[in-house]
Design a protein around this ligand. Structure first.
Ligand SMILES: Cc1cc2nc3c(=O)[nH]c(=O)nc-3n(C[C@H](O)[C@H](O)[C@H](O)COP(=O)(O)O)c2cc1C
Length: 210
């Protein structure tokens, strides 16, 4: 394990974005975490519904240092997002978007966008492809375009974090808690994605110096 400024730096941050602690996305993400650990990665898990994370207040205090001024539980995520190698993000589809918990966390990452593009003046659209994001989502319906809007949101969320969207696991037709348990093949796919992610991240260097 790498150490940076007193913080244990883990390879992968797993973010549970559903209000349900044991819902469908949580079950899938738990499998991905298990797979990543089996693949040799250090994984730290964060459950957004248990964290106090204010929405972005758009005061742009982050323009001074790249840090968000709101002192709440987002601060720990911020530190970890800077130094981790990968993020696994799981959110259900809520009105064709990510959950409010997930979106509040994402909007706070505007501080990282400001750091990257305004303060460090990095070129747009060239994220560090060594840093990888996995997105897991489910929805109750089966529409072809169910995940379209969220995929765009998630792609640019990872971009703000100097990361690429490496893989998405998207499942339709899951509504009630436990529905995903009827599809062991989905859980297996999540496990394998986690293991593969650990392998891919092991094969590359750490985050770009910044
Ligand atoms: C507020 C809310 C909005 C939802 N919006 C959608 C939607 O737009 N499309 C859809 O297919 N399912 C929608 N659903 C259903 C959830 O995506 C579905 O129940 C999912 O399995 C929940 O995942 P979880 O168990 O990980 O929380 C919505 C559910 C809630 C509570």
């Amino acid at each position: 394990m790498i150490r940076s400024e007193g913080l244990n730096v883990v390879d992968i941050i797993a973010v549970y974005g559903s209000p349900r602690r044991n819902g469908n996305t949580a079950s899938l993400l738990k499998q991905a975490v298990r797979g990543a650990r089996e693949g040799g990665a250090e994984v730290a898990e964060f459950v957004l519904r248990d964290m106090k994370i204010s929405p972005c207040l758009e005061i742009y205090a982050c323009r001074k240092s790249g840090r968000c001024a709101i002192q709440d539980d987002f601060q720990e995520l911020y530190e970890r997002f800077l130094v981790c190698r990968g993020i696994m993000l799981a959110s259900p589809m809520f009105f064709y978007s990510v959950s409010a918990h997930t979106k509040a966390m994402m909007d706070r990452c505007q501080s990282l966008w400001v750091k990257r593009y305004w303060l460090e003046k990095q070129p747009f659209g060239r994220p560090n492809s060594d840093r990888k994001g996995l997105f897991i989502s489910v929805g109750a319906t089966r529409g072809k375009r169910l995940f379209e809007g969220s995929l765009l949101t998630v792609r640019y969320f990872f971009d703000a974090l100097d990361m690429v969207l490496w893989k998405s696991l998207l499942y339709r037709g899951l509504d009630f808690e436990g529905d995903v348990d009827r599809y062991p093949e989905y859980l297996e796919e999540a496990f394998q994605a986690g293991r593969e992610m650990a392998g891919v991240l092991r094969g590359v260097g750490g985050p770009s110096p910044g």
